[in-house]
Design a protein around this ligand. Structure first.
Ligand SMILES: Nc1ncnc2c1ncn2[C@@H]1O[C@H](COP(=O)(O)OP(=O)(O)O)[C@@H](O)[C@H]1O
Ligand code: SF4
Ligand SMILES: [Mg+2]
Length: 398
């Protein structure tokens, strides 16, 4: 399932240029003060120097707690928000500052699926006209031609025939998400950013939608950026996973390796919060508790942004380097990058287990502190189901 091995045959002959590439992408939102004379007093550094590639035909997972900049990154790459700095290349073309017609043409090729399909679907439009609309806007089909295509789309995403004449509110959450997917597919995009697309759904429905996305990917040779705050959802569909923290990528690795051998202390904590189906294993497991919330991206901590919450730093006796020097994303294994000065400490199983055990003990002690309630990571909201039952039928990703 790692890297090249999973790229569909149809994409194998394509150029080695990734479909999407960002280079030190920054998206800063200005903070202003004053009413008559607005002046800029700072900036929310939502995305702060992200360099990522999404290869043709792959699914790149993007995880991290709420507020880490995942949605802003997705919105920037499909040009819904402007980049402050850095660049975005799509299919070899610099699209960072594209406007007008070229932007509209490019937009057809990149679509987005949102968490709340109801909010992104027009409640006054039938599913049929909602699917026909983008075809008309992009000049791809109209009239009976467009309705024919809408019928096809309905079938592709597994909605009943009569869905065409019905309204979004008549559907269940899962069906609405199917309609959202159909709408994204209508214009035959190459790239889809799915932003928490299954996060609001029940576990069993989540699995169905993930399966559907997976089937559509091989059928239409789609490339996905799959975003979730919950690692247990992302791992099953992703070929590679990028972990974001406060606007930066702190780890990037093939999916299984990230899960089995995380090298960044933040990822270790996220992984530790994913439930394991075997109750015997689960009861013996060390759960890392990340204390406090994500700091404000308007005023990120110095040096390593994770240092205010880093359990590894505590175990290592608070080295000064963490607070003064920003760690770069370093390649520690093939295809495996990590932005931590001390990631080598977590590379060997024995040493890692020793550190994790010690940290877990300390975090349990701190857990009972009255000052600040220890907060499990976003990943802990994960359903306690068998994560390996996500692909009951087709297990093409593994
Ligand atoms: N339009 C905006 N104006 C100002 N701040 C924003 C805007 N959009 C997002 N942010 C801020 O940027 C940070 C990252 O948000 P977001 O990209 O939504 O994170 P995530 O999707 O990981 O939860 C947050 O602090 C959020 O409040
Ligand atoms: S550089 Fe220091 S603070 Fe940052 S993740 Fe590594 S050990 Fe923790
Ligand atoms: Mg988001």
């Amino acid at each position: 399932m790692t890297a090249e091995a999973t790229i569909p045959a149809s994409a194998a002959g394509a150029s080695s240029e990734p479909l999407l590439r960002t280079d030190t992408l920054r998206v800063h939102f200005p903070i202003t003060e004053g009413i008559l004379f607005e002046r800029r007093v700072g900036a929310v550094r939502a995305v702060d120097g992200v360099s990522l590639e999404v290869r043709r035909g792959e699914t790149l997972g993007l995880v991290g707690e709420s507020g880490c900049g995942k949605s802003t990154f997705a919105r920037a790459v499909i040009r819904l928000v402007d980049a402050t700095e850095g660049s975005i290349h799509f299919d070899g073309t610099d699209v960072t500052r594209l406007t007008g017609d070229p932007l509209r043409r490019m937009r057809r090729r990149m679509q987005m699926i949102f968490q709340d399909p109801y909010a992104s679907l027009n409640p006054r439009m039938t599913i049929g006209s909602m699917l026909a609309e983008p075809l008309r806007v992009h000049g791809l089909a109209k009239g009976e031609q467009a309705m024919k295509r809408a019928r096809e789309l309905i079938e592709i995403v597994g909605l009943p025939r009569n869905a065409l004449n019905r309204y979004p509110h008549e559907f269940s959450g899962g069906q609405r998400q199917r309609a959202g997917i159909a709408r994204a597919l209508a214009v035959q995009p190459e790239f889809i950013a799915a932003d928490e697309a299954v996060s609001a759904l029940d576990v069993s429905i989540q699995a169905q939608i993930v399966n559907l996305l997976s089937q559509l990917q091989s059928e239409f040779n789609l490339t996905y950026l799959f975003i979730a705050h919950d690692l247990s959802v992302v791992r099953h569909i992703s070929d590679r996973i990028a972990v974001m923290y406060l606007g930066e990528v702190v780890e990037l690795s093939p999916s299984r390796e990230l899960y089995e051998r995380p090298l960044h202390p933040y990822t270790v904590a996220l992984v530790s919060a994913v439930p394991i189906p075997d109750p015997k294993v689960e009861s013996k497991r060390k759960r890392m508790i990340l204390r406090g919330d994500v700091p404000s991206p308007a005023n990120p901590p110095s040096g390593c942004r994770f240092h205010t919450r880093c359990w590894l730093r505590r175990e290592l006796g608070d080295p000064e380097r963490c607070t003064v020097e920003t760690p770069e994303l370093r390649q520690l294994a093939p295809e495996h990058g990590v932005a931590c000065h001390f990631a080598e400490e977590l590379a060997g199983n024995e040493r890692r287990d020793q550190l994790v055990t010690a940290a877990a003990a300390h975090s349990n002690v701190r857990d009972t502190d009255a000052d600040e309630p220890a907060k499990p990571t976003g990943a802990s909201a994960a359903p306690a189901s068998d994560p390996d039952s996500f692909f009951p039928g087709d297990v093409s990703h593994h």
